[in-house]
Design a protein around this ligand. Structure first.
Ligand code: 6MZ
Length: 329
């Protein structure tokens, strides 16, 4: 199962750049042994996880390092046989770096990554902890740069500590009106009112979607509404188990999605922080729910439909997967 999942061509739709830095990348970026001693080691809940992002943020505060970090993360995914990657990151300004510089640096790193093995797109995140005005300024930068890099900047995400801040619907309406796709963290922790607001908005994809079903912290009303909408969910199993937002792999809400044939993709979330790979996520899902090789292949195949790639690219990726299936299943 493990070897099969490693070889399977995979589609990653939910990966935060700064959460995806491996220990070896952090070292390459100049982090001392001491500063990364506890990286991946001291995670006990979602609060601890959010403290860990600071390690990567301290290491990606220059143009040069941000460029290198982006390159290393793409390389890691390519090695894991991810053939299509939607990388997401939160634009931020640093001492010698504006938000625009931040976005352009990541864009350049992606453009310069020459490989026939992997297609990479960019989603830009709004941090829910920031004020309306701050998020609006970020969104305006994103909209502007989308005109410059329409093939690369595909969508907007809402992320950040789910216990803080709020979902500003008007910002996402503006994003949508400007041709951006939307992938919104929704129900990572219980928050029925916000989940309802996000479902009313009907994003293109939902991140996590943990607290939708009544058995997992949602409500009957939410679940009914969700079942009607059938918005694809980006499921991050290890992330949820480590953050304690899911009790275990066996009791992960993906069980409900499998049971009801609802659309989902598998994702790593923060492969560095959670010490995982997309192959591991597939292996865990397959072993936990006794899925066949064909079931796992189908999850990869369906994820193409949920991606923000254009139709021509989707056709190309589907073809690659079909060809692989003929030789391997
Ligand atoms: C919500 C998360 C997250 O954007 O600096 N992020 N937001 N829930 C999660 N579940 C664990 N994991 C990561 O990458 C790191 C940032 O992504 C968001 C947080 O805002 C975090 O600071 P970037 O590249």
């Amino acid at each position: 199962m493990e070897t099969f999942c490693q070889k399977l061509p995979k589609i990653e739709l939910h990966a935060h750049l700064n959460g995806s830095l491996s220990k070896s990348t952090l070292k390459q970026l100049g982090c001392s042994e001491e500063s990364i001693k506890n990286y991946q080691e001291t995670l006990t809940d979602i609060k601890q996880v959010f403290n860990q992002f600071q390690v990567a943020h301290n290491a990606t505060n220059t143009l040069e390092n941000l460029n290198l970090a982006t390159k290393c993360v793409i390389e890691d995914f390519a090695k894991d046989n991810v053939i299509y990657l939607e990388l997401r990151t939160t634009p931020r300004s640093e001492k010698d770096l504006s938000e625009r510089d931040y976005i352009e640096t990541v864009v350049e790193a992606i453009r310069n990554y020459e490989s026939s093995k992997i297609i990479v797109k960019l989603i830009l995140s709004l941090d829910r902890r920031r004020s309306w005005k701050e998020q609006l300024d970020t969104l305006d930068n994103i909209i502007d740069l989308k005109q410059k890099y329409p093939d690369l900047i595909k969508g907007v995400d809402l992320s950040g500590d789910p216990g803080k801040g709020e979902f500003f619907k008007k910002l996402f309406e503006k994003a949508r009106d400007n041709g951006l796709k939307t992938a919104i963290h929704c129900g990572e922790i219980k928050n029925d009112n916000e989940v309802m607001d996000i479902l009313d908005f009907k994003p293109d994809r939902i991140g996590h979607g943990t607290c939708l079903h009544p058995d997992y912290g949602g409500s009957e009303e939410i679940w009914q509404k969700y079942q009607h909408l059938k918005i694809p969910i980006e499921c991050c199993l290890t992330s949820n188990v480590v953050c304690l937002t899911s009790k275990s792999y066996e009791e992960h809400h993906v069980k409900e999605l499998l049971k009801n044939s609802l659309p989902f993709s598998l994702a790593t979330d923060d492969k560095g922080v959670f010490n995982t790979t997309l192959s591991k996520e597939f292996t865990v899902l397959g072993q936990t729910f006794s899925l066949s090789k064909n079931d796992l292949w189908n999850i990869s195949r369906n994820s193409i439909d949920y991606s923000f790639a254009d139709e021509e690219e989707k056709g190309f990726i589907r073809f690659a997967l079909e060809q692989w299936k003929i030789r391997n299943i």
